[in-house]
Design a protein around this ligand. Structure first.
Ligand SMILES: [Zn+2]
Length: 95
């Protein structure tokens, strides 16, 4: 079985190059600011999900005891590859 996505917490800014199969959570001043990953469809786009509750759209990241994470709600790219998937416990579930 393919291992789940790793979860990486970074301070202030995303690294210049993102690794595949990794969910990045950017924290700034103790707040979760955004989550990011390389699009799982293979198009190589960087997907960025806002985590700040006063901006829309807004996602919530849940970190689990096994090191994986989940995103809520689903991720839906309205342009380009139009990927639409749920990210649960480090795994991509296509819609
Ligand atoms: Zn894509």
């Amino acid at each position: 079985m393919v291992p789940p996505y790793a979860t990486v917490l970074v301070q202030d800014a995303l690294p210049k190059t993102l690794k595949r199969r990794t969910l990045y959570v950017v924290q700034e001043d103790g707040f979760e600011e955004q989550a990011a990953m390389i699009c799982p469809c293979g198009c190589k786009a960087t997907l960025q999900m806002n985590l700040l509750t006063d901006e829309r759209p807004c996602w919530r990241v849940t970190q689990h005891g096994d090191g994986t994470a989940s995103l809520h709600p689903s991720v839906w790219r309205k342009k380009d590859c139009k990927s639409h998937f749920w990210f649960r416990r480090g795994r991509v579930k296509w819609c």
